[in-house]
Design a protein around this ligand. Structure first.
Ligand code: SF4
Length: 196
């Protein structure tokens, strides 16, 4: 008996023109041959659509991230196909998995090696709060050692949830003032973590 073929027997020709859209332009004022907008909005538009993630994956949530990078969910659609493992060339730290207290200083070191502006997502219950590991050896949330911008719930979160967290980061990045990182409030936040 022949093996049933269930997939791709009648491939549908993709209409690329329907699937690709332009990033919406920021609010501004335009006319024939010119367009003006706030500098912060233009910089935010560029930043939010070109985030370079650094996956700090220590356990099962990292597997979900692999699914998120795969062709079905395809993080590349957000301009983030360039996943890097050099902190100096990444601006989005994605922490996925159980972080033991011994790993805390390592995680902080990676964060410190990233250039500003940098953002952090805690993916999954373990990174956000220690998850099911309410024990002496596990960090009860990475926000005990570094500031976190977005928390993604779930154990594990599905790739859809990771994408949702990523899009929330994009919203933050797009709306962030270019002066924020020099502000007193941001400095106070870092000082709270012992970072100068
Ligand atoms: S949140 Fe759940 S799936 Fe993710 S690393 Fe922790 S135990 Fe694993």
């Amino acid at each position: 008996m022949s093996r049933p073929v269930r997939f791709n027997i009648h491939p549908i020709e993709a209409k690329i023109s329907d699937a690709i859209g332009n990033a919406p332009a920021p609010e501004g004022y335009g006319g024939d041959g010119f367009f003006t907008a706030r500098l912060s909005d233009v910089v935010g538009l560029a930043r939010k659509n070109s985030l370079w993630p650094l996956p700090f994956a220590t356990s099962c949530c990292g597997i979900e991230f692999m699914g998120t990078m795969g062709s079905h969910y395809d993080l590349s659609r957000f301009g983030s196909e360039r996943v890097g493992f050099s902190p100096r060339q990444c601006d989005l730290l994605m922490v996925m998995g159980t972080i033991a207290k011994k790993m805390g200083p390592v995680l902080k070191q990676v964060y410190l090696q990233m250039a500003e502006p940098r953002w952090v997502i805690a993916v999954g219950a373990c990174a956000s709060s220690g998850g099911i590991f309410d024990t002496y050896s596990v960090l009860q949330g990475i926000d005990q050692v570094i500031p976190v911008d977005v928390y993604v719930p779930g154990c594990p979160p599905r790739p859809e949830a990771i994408l949702d967290g990523f899009m929330k980061i994009q919203d933050l990045v797009g709306q962030e003032s270019i002066r924020r990182r020099n502000g007193e409030q941001y400095k106070a936040l870092l000082n709270g973590y012992g970072i100068e």
